[in-house]
Design a protein around this ligand. Structure first.
Ligand code: ADP
Length: 388
């Protein structure tokens, strides 16, 4: 069930943490203790009618707690003024305990919203990686740090894939700073199907979903790691994506626990890493590469963004950042180099005006670069797309 439904139904009224705690006093832990006294709650975020927190329990007890989690969520949703309640069940690995295979983060969501997935045993690393019906391939666009042009690249890559005749979706999973509303000019709230699934917004022939359509940027910024995964799981699986060849996921920047959890929980067919030529950024890109390798997600390649400066007046090219680093790095690391995108005013201005360059200048040189990158990505995904 989509737990943010009430967001669309009720008007936001201020809800306090104290109100949430009062409501939770009526919910019992599996051992019969009132929830606020059970010592399992994370700090509660109550912001503009939206309530987020997690219940941290030992992994071995997680199943027993699912019922409590659901009751806690129902109790919070019943508070007048609550427009959205997102409560994640998370398991904290005990200090000194051996890490389960493939799980490097200290805190992992444990089937918080998918208690009835029976495809895999609950403790299998694949338990949350069930394919999404109707979507042939989910790919991530990632970067080692923010500000390298990851979101700009993600949307133009999605548009390039569309131009190749594919049915494409874009999921803005950068919940720390969702940029898809800016990149598309979309502001409206998604509608619901009769089955209570969210209908992605449609723009440029893409099916688009962003946490930015649901919450303001301010509340997105305070989200904690485990909640990130809960929110993204909902945007992946409780959205009526329809039939897609490729869903492009714009990842949160960085290679921390939240990103790692995401990389291992989303059924990714591959990842694209965006880097700028500066050395620091390349170091970050290497971390991104290592992260995806750790969770067995194939890296489809590296894109060098802001690779060289192209003068908008005379077209002269200047390699102001010592361009070419990403290509060498890709060769050294044995991953495909997907292409170089110049630092150009048109790329910035079109993106920031909500009309990305592949859409607004389809016959221009930049669109051609993105389409070349898209075809290389498409070629690597051909097997998955054909199989679907
Ligand atoms: P990230 O998602 O990595 O934080 P964004 O895609 O939001 O980065 O880009 C950051 C800023 O840089 C935006 O203003 C965007 O328009 C601009 N930008 C991104 N790529 C280019 C480029 N190749 N040329 C010019 N500006 C760019």
């Amino acid at each position: 069930m989509w737990r943010v439904l009430n967001f669309f139904r009720r008007r936001a009224v201020s809800v306090t943490q104290q109100q949430v705690i009062e409501a939770l006093k009526r919910v019992r832990s599996p051992r019969g203790v009132a929830l606020p006294d059970a010592g399992v709650l994370s700090p509660i975020t109550a912001n503009d009618g939206k309530v987020f927190f997690s219940i941290n329990v030992e992994a071995s007890e997680a199943r027993a707690w699912e019922d409590t989690r659901a009751k806690a969520e129902a109790a919070v949703r019943a508070i007048p003024g609550v427009t959205m309640a997102m409560i994640a069940l998370t398991a904290e690995r005990k200090a000194g305990a051996a890490a389960p295979p493939q799980r490097q983060g200290g805190v992992q969501p444990v089937a918080a919203h998918r208690p009835h997935q029976h495809q895999h045993p609950a403790d299998s690393p694949m338990s949350k990686q069930a394919a999404i019906p109707g979507i042939a391939a989910v790919i991530a666009v990632a970067s080692g740090k923010g500000g390298v042009g990851k979101s700009t690249t993600a949307i133009n890559l999605a548009l390039g894939l569309r131009d190749l005749g594919l049915k494409v979706g874009l999921l803005d999973a950068d919940i720390y700073g969702p940029s898809v509303p800016r990149l598309t000019g979309l502001q409206e709230k998604p509608q619901l199907t009769p089955e209570k699934k969210m209908i992605p917004l449609s723009r440029f022939g893409l099916a688009i979903m962003s946490i930015g359509f649901l919450v303001d940027e301010d509340s997105a910024l305070v989200w904690r790691g485990p909640m990130v995964m809960s929110a993204i799981n909902q945007m992946l699986r409780d959205v009526a994506w329809g039939t897609l060849d490729v869903l492009v996921v714009d990842m949160p920047p960085g290679t921390g626990d939240a990103q790692l959890t995401l990389a291992q929980n989303v059924p990714l067919k591959g990842a694209v890493i965006v880097s700028t030529p500066q050395d620091l950024s390349l170091i970050d890109a290497r971390r991104g590469l290592a992260m995806f390798r750790k969770v067995n997600v194939p890296v489809l390649g590296i894109i060098e963004n802001m690779s060289y400066f192209q003068c908008p007046q005379c077209g002269t090219r200047s390699d102001i950042f010592g361009h070419g680093g990403a290509r060498h790095e890709a060769e050294r690391l044995g991953v495909p180099f997907l292409g170089e995108i110049p630092l150009h005013m048109d790329i910035r201005s079109t993106s920031d005006a909500g009309n990305p360059v592949v859409e607004s200048e389809p016959n221009g040189p930049h669109a051609a670069i993105y389409r070349t990158i898209a075809s290389s990505v498409r070629d690597q995904l051909k097997g998955a797309i054909a199989a679907a």
